[in-house]
Each structure stands twice: as C-alpha cells, then as structure tokens.
Design a binder for this molecule. Sequence first.
Ligand code: NAG
Ligand code: NAG
Ligand code: NAG
Ligand code: NAG
Ligand code: ZN
Length: 247
Amino acid sequence: MLYPLLILGLLLLALIHLTHGQSHRHTHPVQTSQQSLSQDTIPFETRVYWMRRANAALAELESPCPFGAFGSVVVNHTDTSSDPKGKLVCMSINQSMQKGNPTLHGEISAINNCSGILTDPNGEYKLSASEALKAFSTLSLYTNAEPCPMCASAIRWSGFAECIYGTSIESLVEKGWGQILIYSDEVFEESTKLPSMTRLIPNVLANETDPFFSWQFDPQYPCPEGCHRSGDGKGCREIWGTTNREL
Ligand SMILES: *[C@@H]1O[C@H](CO)[C@@H](O)[C@H](O)[C@H]1NC(C)=O
Ligand SMILES: *[C@@H]1O[C@H](CO)[C@@H](O)[C@H](O)[C@H]1NC(C)=O
Ligand SMILES: *[C@@H]1O[C@H](CO)[C@@H](O)[C@H](O)[C@H]1NC(C)=O
Ligand SMILES: *[C@@H]1O[C@H](CO)[C@@H](O)[C@H](O)[C@H]1NC(C)=O
Ligand SMILES: [Zn+2]
C-alpha cells in the first residue's frame, strides 16, 4: 500500500530536481562561489567596449565573417595609464582551421598568445615564465561566446581575474552549433579547489555577438557587416576580400 505512494513521492522529487536543474542557469547565471568576490566595479560601457573589441578581432586577424567566428581579447583593467578602460594585452580568434589544431579555440589561442607576449624577451613585458603564470590573475578575458568546457577549464587553470562572455552555449546550440553541454558556470563551480577565483560575467552584449554565430547554419540570416552571401548562398564572404575566406 505504501510503495505506490513512495514511488510517486520519489518521482515528484526527481521532477522538482529536474526542473530546478533546468531553471538553474536562468535564475543563477553567476556561480555561487562568485558571491565571495567583491562587487563588479567596472562600468558596463567598459564591458561593452571590450566585447566589441572581441568581435572586431575577427576582422583584424582574419575576416569579418570567419566560419568559426570566436574572438577573444585579454585586458589589464588595472592599467589605466593610457586609457581608463584598461589596456589590451593580447587577442586571438579560433585558429583551428588555419593551424589544423582542434584545440585552438579563440580563448586557448588568446592564452597562448598572451604567454608569448608576456614572456617575449624583446617585448613590452619581458616576464619570466613564472611571472607570466602569476600575471594571469590580474587579467580579464573577454570572449564573444561562452567558453566550452575545454576553454572554461583552461581559463580557470590560468587563474584569470575575470571571464566575460557574449553569446551563450544554449544560443549556439539553438543556432545549430555542435557543443559539449557543460556550461561555464558549472566548470567554474566545480573548480573551487583551485587556488584562484575567476569572476564569470555572462551574456554581455549578446545582441551584438549573436549575429556572428547566426548565419552559418541559417541561409536566411544576414551576413555580418562587411560580408555577403557567397555564390551558392551557403556561406558568407568578405566583400572586399581578395581571398576566399568563407571556410
Ligand atoms: C596590469 O597593470 C598594473 C598597473 O599598471 C601592473 O602593475 C601589472 O603589472 C599589469 N599586469 C600585467 C600582466 O601587465
Ligand atoms: C596576439 O595579440 C597581439 C596583440 O593584441 C596581436 O597583434 C596579434 O595579432 C595576436 N596574434 C595572434 C596569433 O592571434
Ligand atoms: C573553432 O573552429 C572550428 C573550425 O571552424 C569549428 O569547428 C569549431 O566549432 C570552432 N569552435 C570554437 C568554440 O571556437
Ligand atoms: C545591444 O544592447 C546594448 C545594451 O545591452 C546596447 O547598448 C547596444 O546599443 C545594443 N546594440 C545594438 C546593435 O542594438
Ligand atoms: Zn572552447
């Protein structure tokens, strides 16, 4: 007599748990461990400025409409000597196609680029390897799309002070992108045993980052500025580009 009730109860609990799990991302986009971090003092306009730079990195380094349109910039917000918005340390974009290396997502490329720039003996910083490792804790990484679990882990291992992203993994998947469904806030939440903390700031300027990821699997979607549909209408191509960069 009791068993059906018990099973019903368990099912109900499971259901509550499930729905809670699903709503989790929307109700608590910033992981709980962030609560122990101090208040965000960077103005929103500054966040917007750097997120636009992450988008602009695409055109600067490859084309306004590369297929893998993932751009990142790394910023020192403490260095306001030449600009109150902070100082650009390095940037990069997804280089998987260019380098034949599937791990070279925008964020990983940016981390590699920063290490090179920070330790360059003829560069501006001339840091030792161990100084460069420590330097990451003073830097903020802006990426136009939510880091995948590989990149989110690399960001946590780097010990960045902050990670700010535009388009969410959920949106990428809705648009047709293949993604691993482990969200940045989950990776961050599970990484509290690392010595550093990283503030995660989601959905910054997603209205401007989304269009870079919306045309690849939707032939009706307009190409990013500076590009038009190529002959077969499937890809977007730079309007004044000399080379075919559509893939
Ligand atoms: C960031 O800027 C601060 C203030 O200028 C400076 O002390 C620090 O070394 C800079 N970090 C890096 C990695 O350049
Ligand atoms: C590395 O960053 C610098 C400075 O932002 C940039 O000029 C350079 O093109 C970047 N290199 C790569 C490989 O992304
Ligand atoms: C990186 O680029 C490759 C090749 O275009 C693409 O398959 C992959 O989805 C991109 N992903 C990310 C997250 O950068
Ligand atoms: C996107 O939204 C921000 C506010 O979050 C706004 O400042 C910006 O103008 C919007 N961009 C476009 C292209 O509408
Ligand atoms: Zn990634």
